[in-house]
Design a protein around this ligand. Structure first.
Ligand SMILES: NC(=O)c1ccc[n+]([C@@H]2O[C@H](COP(=O)([O-])OP(=O)(O)OC[C@H]3O[C@@H](n4cnc5c(N)ncnc54)[C@H](OP(=O)(O)O)[C@@H]3O)[C@@H](O)[C@H]2O)c1
Length: 355
């Protein structure tokens, strides 16, 4: 089927198309080899307007003319597609996403509303591709023809990717993370400039708890058709900083067995998803880039690596409290949101879910 060989692209819809993540979806779908944006939907504030009028386009790439001219639909309207990407806020997603799934659509969601539902995949194809198996359970138990497939909170995705090889090679016992999250992570218009300029705002609401439970779920294992969370102890603190794009994370990790610096670095350097995942159009060539130069990674210099799909790791040092400490960086609206969802949809396609 697919695999980039079909003449006809698959029409897809986009819920929450006008927001910060929605705009990234528009950008990433503009030249996608398999998917073509066929419908855009947002709130009643935007419904009926042209996309160009409704969305205040803030990306540096040009708004595609075809999308600019599209009329924005409402999120509960019937859309002419079997796949929708969702960049809705959680409260709206809670109702709108199941409605689409009941109508037979596959919903690839960024919202937190259904991430922790026992029968909903929380998917990072390089780490837990088997989570996609929950789709069959979801469809059976809920009587839906469609399904909801989610990607994690933005900070969770980079952290889970950086931790996955360490968990596999050395076992994880304890993890502490403090995040420094970009303003684009709060959507548009997001945090008022007078609150964030020259400032750091601690304790992003609900974010730390989301990171703790989502990382445990992604790094867990499937048993009897259910996810058993990874058992290590984790503590997350979150901060909003005056950076435009890119969440930086300061991590300390304690392992089950001793590991040297070169073993840890090699675990990151050698980490790959399956060959099938690596061949997907949105997959980065290397899921993790380990930067050995001092004072890296940095959002301004590194966040666009691999079109924003790479997870950057650097600054490995012995930790006097746990075993090792290091810095992680990722692009919050690309690998942390729109790019991750598109990768999930590509993986679902090669698994035959879109046939
Ligand atoms: N920003 C990130 O880095 C990031 C990363 C990962 C996940 N996420 C998640 O992705 C989702 C979108 O985030 P965002 O940053 O793009 O937010 P945003 O900029 O505030 O955009 C929200 C979108 O939802 C629509 N919307 C809001 N209220 C609605 C309603 N009552 N009915 C229908 N549509 C409504 C908005 O349409 P209008 O323009 O018409 O108001 C807009 O298209 C959230 O669930 C967020 O947690 C964000």
């Amino acid at each position: 089927m697919l695999r980039g060989k079909t003449a006809q692209k698959i029409p897809v819809g986009l819920l929450g198309a006008t927001g910060a993540v929605g705009q990234r979806f528009v950008e990433r779908l503009a030249d996608h080899p398999w998917f073509e944006l066929a419908a855009v939907a947002a709130s009643d504030r935007s419904k009926g307007k042209s996309y160009a009028e409704a969305a205040r386009w803030r990306l540096t790439s040009a708004l595609p003319e075809r999308v600019a001219a599209m009329t924005v639909a409402g999120v509960t309207d019937e859309l002419p597609c079997a796949i929708v990407f969702s960049a809705l806020d959680a409260a709206t997603a809670r109702e709108a996403e199941p409605l689409c799934a009941r109508r037979g659509m596959l919903v690839f969601s960024n919202a937190s509303a259904h991430r922790m539902d026992a029968d909903v995949p929380l998917l990072i194809p390089e780490i837990n591709p088997e989570a996609l198996g929950l789709v069959a359970r979801q469809q059976k138990e809920r009587g839906w023809k469609g399904a909801i497939i989610t990607n994690a909170n933005c900070s969770t995705i980079f952290l889970a990717i950086a931790l996955a090889p360490l968990q596999r090679e050395f076992g994880l016992e304890k993890v502490f993370v403090a995040t420094m999250q970009a303003v684009s992570g709060a959507g548009y218009p997001g945090v008022p400039s007078l609150d964030i300029l020259g400032n750091v705002i601690p304790d992003i609401p609900e974010e730390g708890a989301k990171i703790e439970r989502e990382v445990a779920r992604i790094l867990g294992r499937m048993q009897d058709g259910a996810v058993v969370p990874a058992p290590f102890t984790m503590s997350a603190m979150t901060y909003r900083v005056a950076v435009e794009d890119g969440h930086t994370e300061s991590v300390s990790a304690g392992f089950s067995r001793r590991a040297s610096a070169s073993e840890v670095e090699n675990a990151w350097r050698d980490f790959r998803g399956s060959a099938e995942v690596a061949a997907l159009p949105s997959a980065p060539k290397l899921p993790i880039h380990y930067l050995s130069e001092p004072q890296r990674p940095q959002p301004r210099r590194d966040v666009d690596t691999e079109r924003g799909m790479a997870t950057l790791v650097g600054g490995l040092k012995p930790c006097p409290l746990l075993d090792w400490k290091f810095t992680v960086l990722g692009h919050n609206t690309i690998r942390g949101a729109a790019g991750a969802s598109v990768l999930n949809a590509e993986y679902a396609a090669v698994q035959g879910l879109l046939d």
